[in-house]
Design a protein around this ligand. Sequence first.
Ligand code: NAP
Length: 249
Amino acid sequence: MKILEGKVSIVTGASRGIGEAIALKLAEHGSHVAFTYLNSDEKAKALENKLKDLGVKAKAYKSNASIFSDCETFVNDVLKEFSTVDICVNNAGISKDNLLLRLTPEQWDEVMDINLKSVFNMTKQVIRPMMKAKKGSIINMSSIIGIRGNAGQSSYAASKAGIIGFTKSVAHELGSRNIRCNAIAPGFIETDMTHYLKDGETSKSFLEKIPLGRFGSAEEIANTTLFLASELSSYITGQVISACGGLNI
Ligand code: NAP
């Protein structure tokens, strides 16, 4: 039997990158998957088909994770279609890097809304069905940058650090209901988001700081997510797992 057989998972921001790898990984291990995206209609449709080919129920929803009412509608639709939610992966995120001197209030708000408010929006919706079912696993995508900060990334770092405080608080609040809440702090993972870092001197200087000597893959973050989603991590809550090739040591 597959470790997530018959479970229902939500993944936000799954049309590309880490979210896509997570949706595929959860489905390979037996979970039905409902996922959101913002712009990439074709990629979302293609992923929906790939997930169905894995033998699970799957559906793409165009839904903005930073808008509370979008999340409310999305989770209500998922409950109608899939009956419950066992696993919620809050993955959607953006980076808009700028030095603090140049960072505008609008840029700050956009990053905070998409990266942090989105996690509140979605978690608030899924805890009701999870409390009813007396079980659930919530996984929030933080970042190594939320732990150590980085020049030019103050808004991104603040949003990802906020996710860690939120995660630990939810773990405290809902542990007695058998709902676990954990965060993952990826290092540099090869996706569209980090495309600009891959070549030249910037890449070299980052690689020198990573003990494993390479960037990570979306699949490696999906494997960490699978662990936290499944009963393999049944005694783990309120934790931040750094999946960063040792960049944090
Ligand atoms: P990515 O390749 O840029 O993909 C971002 C995904 O999020 C896309 O599917 C995008 O949908 C979706 N999205 C963006 N804004 C959204 C919104 N408001 N509502 C719903 N979906 C939205 O990014 P990634 O590298 O896979 O990153 C995924 C997560 O991991 C992010 O939270 C990121 O901060 C975190 N992370 C990444 C790295 C890294 O090195 N890549 C490191 C640490 C943490 P569309 O395709 O429709 O635009």
